[in-house]
Design a protein around this ligand. Structure first.
Ligand SMILES: C[S@@+](CC[C@H](N)C(=O)[O-])C[C@H]1O[C@@H](n2cnc3c(N)ncnc32)[C@H](O)[C@@H]1O
Length: 240
């Protein structure tokens, strides 16, 4: 995968990109990341990337010109990308989306800052708008790194053991089962006997049962449909 990460803070993301899974994937040649500082695409003396909002209000808005130019120059140089815009109002990121993005040959991630983007950045290019969740970060960098890491670890060959990605939470309808390693007893807490039994069938059944138990414990049960009442049959007085 070739990833272009458009950010005003390449120095903040680079160290993370070079560690652990993302670093390994790059060293294996399975991932290449180009950090593009869109401030480099300004043409004024102050290298201005933001400006006050039309209509007034708080905060500063990211200007369209440097971002359009950064995307266009990057695509001229490296080819067409699947373009992701990180923003709170995007579709909530999940494992299915990570799997979909892991198949992209070229993935561009655009990180906002301040009050966010001039709306023409959204409307003037085709974006896959992704949110990390219902909260507001100061910038898109942590969201971009999360999206990239979740996707890259699903690229075949990146994880040491491909099986670990298959049994994980969200890959099935169940959360992952509990894991234990040495020592067998730690501060009086023992590893479940069955995991040391050598009985692979029993271990598999125990893990399945534990995954079901934890899923039931940590996920809300589905909301049952509201019971039908007589008032549902009355005509709507507003006529709508
Ligand atoms: C302070 S936020 C802007 C928030 C915006 N004014 C709003 O209320 O939706 C600045 C940037 O951080 C990023 N960001 C913030 N929260 C995010 C989230 N939940 N998911 C993805 N990106 C987020 C986006 O790139 C956004 O443009």
């Amino acid at each position: 995968m070739l990833c272009a990460l458009l950010t005003l803070f390449p120095g903040a993301v680079r160290p993370y990109l070079d560690e652990s899974i993302l670093g390994i994937a790059q060293r294996q040649g399975l991932l290449q990341v180009e950090c593009v500082d869109f401030r480099e695409f300004t043409h004024d003396r102050h290298r201005t990337v933001d400006d006050r909002p039309f209509g007034g209000g708080p905060g500063m808005v990211l200007k369209p010109e440097p971002i359009f130019e950064a995307v266009e120059v990057t695509e001229q140089r490296l080819g067409v990308f699947h373009k992701v815009l990180l923003c709170p109002r995007g579709r909530r990121f999940d494992q299915a989306k990570a799997r979909e993005l892991s198949e992209c040959e070229r993935l561009l991630l655009l990180c906002g800052r301040y009050e966010g983007f001039d709306e023409r950045i959204r409307t003037g290019m085709e974006w896959d708008e992704i949110s990390l969740g219902d909260f507001v970060l100061a910038g898109g960098e942590l969201a971009a790194l999360s999206v990239l890491e979740a996707s890259v670890r699903l690229i075949p060959g990146v994880l040491g053991c491909a099986e670990s990605a298959i049994s994980e939470s969200f890959e099935t309808e169940l959360f992952d089962y509990p894991h234990y390693t040495r020592p067998r007893v730690f501060r009086g807490m023992e590893v479940p006997e069955i995991l040391i039994s050598g009985d692979h069938g029993a271990v598999a059944r125990w893990r399945r049962a534990e995954a079901e138990r934890l899923t039931a414990l940590h996920r809300e049960p589905p909301v049952p449909p509201a019971p039908h009442t007589d008032s549902d049959d009355q005509p709507d007085p507003s006529g709508t």
